[in-house]
Write a protein that binds this ligand. Structure first.
Ligand SMILES: [Zn+2]
Length: 505
């Protein structure tokens, strides 16, 4: 038996290894999950991608045998190599899994910086060219084998499997995490997102805002705004829930101004966050998104604050654009506590600072939002995972309170929206139940708390759109009245604007 007989198989295995290594570089949380003992998901993902990838190579080998099919085959191989190039850049250039921050930093950096960076891209380029070469050899060799019906079926898996994932997502709801359907060109969605972002971003950043607000005082030196995700206040002991899900916040009640009846202006992230970070009216949201260029971050910049945006979330329309107004921005992959070292760095800044921390909080699936050591509630209740995710966010807030202790500092916490409990599931919906959210300001000392009198009564219903005027006041400006707050406008999922009191219970 000639050794060359094994060559196609060896090259095939080499190709799969290069591809999967790139895949794990891009989704580094899978490696972390594996290390932390949560191996089933990682093993399943790797296996699914290995099968889809092998199927694609067989598909190319089959097409390679035909005159025009050959073009399709080579084109697919080039796309696969480009995809792997991005993956290797994650690890070798950015030292992290893929996230939207890379797209933003590439869009942000000017030509000179790009020139300095070119050297870093050579190794990823080399690896992806090797992959292309290996794949051409593999496909050429495989095209000559004897084709059985089983092989024909195997060639279809790479597009049948994503279709099955898509249907599963459609019928069973997607379980959160990266909102993507697993497919062989896993960076396609990111590239599309970066392209869209680039288009929107220019529109928004080109819209210059001149701030002429009336100055009242020097403002609080350190302001942290924590934007929670899918947090129902109904599940927080701070708001009377029976399980002690928020012990750290409960203990700090005396240092808070707590809004007892707050609701979000929308039931989904990409509507509610831009609506409370900027004075844009809900009526303008669909047609004049460029108006979000007036937002709390931009306003803080105008008042001489150093601004930070630290997040574990991925690209969200209207939110990423606002994030780019921050002087320093960081997208981090992993649990929310992975943000803490970046917060610590930001706090070392001697200047006045405005730090936004946008966490993944209790985003569906909540079971994936905290490490095993935070599995506090395990009675078999359908709320166990969800309550644990609240408990984990409370831990993060507790750590922030400790860090700010003794400084001239305030922390605002609110959630983008809540969720509705229906048929044993927590869902996004246009309802009062799913828009009740935590909303408070915590102060590092009683003097500071006594200094602030906000316009809104803490016991009355209030939209979190009130955040913008509230932040004004904390930056040392006189707060303005916004119609959308006074009229209590709510933007439904279909973008229709109604009065909050007319929303379904
Ligand atoms: Zn959300």
């Amino acid at each position: 038996m000639k050794p060359t007989r094994y060559l196609p198989y060896l090259l095939f295995i080499l190709s799969v290894i290069i591809y999967l290594t790139g895949f794990l570089f891009s989704y580094d949380y899978l490696v972390k999950d594996w290390q932390s003992g949560n191996r089933l998901d990682t093993a399943r993902s790797v296996a699914e991608y290995a099968v889809m990838y092998a199927s694609l190579l067989l598909f190319c080998a089959l097409f390679r045998r035909y005159r025009y099919g050959c073009v399709v085959a080579y084109l697919l191989l080039i796309i696969v190599s480009v995809n792997s190039f991005i993956s290797y850049c994650c690890y070798l250039v950015y030292h992290s899994g893929f996230n939207i921050g890379m797209a933003v930093s590439v869009l942000d950096s000017n030509i000179r910086e790009a020139g300095n960076m070119i050297g870093y891209y050579l190794l990823p380029l080399f690896i992806s060219l090797i992959l292309l070469l290996v794949n051409i050899l593999v496909v050429n060799m495989l095209s000559k084998i004897k084709w059985s019906w089983k092989l024909y079926i195997a060639t279809a898996l790479w597009f049948i499997m994503p279709a099955v994932f898509l249907l599963k997502q459609h019928w069973f709801g997607y379980k959160g995490g990266a909102p993507m359907v697993k497919n062989i060109i896993y960076h396609f969605k990111d590239l599309e997102g970066a392209y869209r972002l680039n288009k929107n971003m220019a529109k928004i950043t080109d819209n210059k805002v001149a701030y002429h607000y009336q100055k009242e005082d020097q403002g609080t030196e350190t302001i942290i705004l924590v934007i929670g995700e899918s947090v129902r206040k109904q599940n927080m002991s701070l708001y009377g829930y029976t399980r002690t899900t928020t012990p750290n916040e409960d203990a700090q009640q005396d240092q808070m101004i707590l809004f007892s009846d707050a609701h979000s202006p929308g039931a989904i992230t990409n509507l509610s966050i831009p609506l409370f970070l900027s004075p844009i009216s809900p009526q303008d949201y669909s047609t004049h998104i460029e108006k979000v260029s007036d937002n709390v971050v931009n306003m803080a910049n105008s008042q001489g604050y150093t601004t930070y945006w630290l997040t574990t979330q991925n690209n969200i329309k209207g939110v990423t654009e606002i994030a780019t107004f921050s002087k320093h921005k960081k997208w981090v992959n992993g649990y929310d506590m992975s943000l803490m070292p970046f917060v610590a760095d930001a706090l070392k800044d001697k200047n006045k600072k405005f730090i936004v921390i946008h966490v993944t909080g209790s985003h569906p699936d909540p079971c994936l939002r905290y490490p095993e050591s935070f599995r506090q509630f395990r009675d078999g209740s359908p709320m166990d995972c969800y309550d644990n995710s609240i408990f984990y966010t409370d831990h993060l807030l507790g750590e922030l309170f400790k860090k700010l202790d003794g400084q001239n500092a305030a922390l605002i916490y609110l959630s983008d929206h809540g969720l509705k409990y229906s048929d044993q599931k927590l869902i996004h919906a246009d309802s009062k139940e799913s828009t009740r959210v935590p909303f408070y300001v915590w102060f590092s000392n009683p003097n500071l708390k006594n200094h602030y009198r906000f316009d809104k009564n803490v016991d009355q219903p209030v939209s979190t759109s009130y955040l913008y005027p509230m932040v004004m006041k904390m930056l040392g400006l006189k707060e303005i009245k916004l119609d959308k707050v006074e009229n209590d406008n709510f933007m439904k999922l279909d973008h229709k604007v109604i009065n909050y009191k007319d929303l379904n219970p």
